[in-house]
Design a protein around this ligand. Structure first.
Ligand SMILES: [Fe+2]
Length: 245
């Protein structure tokens, strides 16, 4: 007899794995990510072994501590790409940036400076983890006005938005794309970040999944995250754009 109380288990079938990562800090010595080419190569090789075909590396740009110019970023990218090629590691490297929402960023937007983007004019930005930024609305307006498609890095990590999920939905409804960190799904950044990441997936408003890899331990967590059900659920029920980059 078939039990009336059988638990319905959702399955997500087979999904196409992500082969393009679009958020990491693997250009040595220019932000809080890897500090040597040796460390960078170890991580790049591991990504290639996991089946990744392309890494879009996104160094921090912050007025207070990381005033990285496109020249600094491209120069490091060229050096790292040369080594990767010499070693025969089969992976493509590109670079953009992760802009911190501060006065430095606002000045760039206001004067129409050419900013570093990836794919179809996607512009990755982050805010303070703790405080709401008074620049947020104006920055979003200016990003659109300047022809960019804003992508909010790790929306699940902003403590000032905990308990205010509707604020993230409002941003999404304005056209701001959401990029969750894979590691949030294994609780790497704490239970609140995990809950918000899962809710973003549930509401189907995730557009990108990034590793935000700064060092090897992030990649260890990323590998674990790839095995959890919510990662598969994100790939099957959200429109994830990574592989189109
Ligand atoms: Fe990052």
């Amino acid at each position: 007899m078939i039990s009336l109380f059988r638990i319905k288990k959702t399955t997500y079938g087979t999904v196409t794995p992500i082969t393009v990562d679009m958020h990491s800090h693997l250009l040595p010595g220019i932000d809080d990510g890897v500090q040597t080419f040796e460390q960078a190569i170890t991580i790049v090789r591991r990504f290639a072994n996991l089946g990744y075909k392309k890494l879009i590396i996104t160094p921090h740009i912050m007025g207070d501590c990381y005033r990285n110019s496109p020249e600094i970023i491209w120069n490091k990218l060229d050096q790292l790409s040369d080594i990767v090629k010499q070693l025969g590691i089969d992976i493509q490297l590109e670079a953009a940036a992760e802009y911190y929402l501060d006065e430095f960023f606002m000045r760039k937007l206001e004067c129409g400076e050419q900013l570093l983007t990836f794919g179809d004019h996607y512009l990755l930005f982050e805010t303070s983890f703790i405080n709401y930024s008074p620049y947020l609305e104006e920055a979003i307006f200016l990003m659109f006005a300047n022809g960019y498609k804003p992508v909010l890095a790790h929306p699940e990590r902003y403590a000032y938005l905990y308990g205010k999920f509707h604020k993230l939905e409002e941003l999404y409804n304005k056209g701001v794309l959401m990029q969750i960190n894979s590691n949030s799904l294994v609780g790497y950044y704490g239970p609140e970040a995990k809950t918000v990441a899962e809710l973003l997936i549930e509401r189907r408003i995730v557009s990108f999944i990034g590793s935000d890899c700064h060092r090897e331990k992030h990649l260890d967590a990323h590998q674990k995250a790839q095995a959890v059900e919510n990662y598969t659920k994100a790939l099957s029920s959200n429109i994830i754009l990574n592989n189109k980059l």
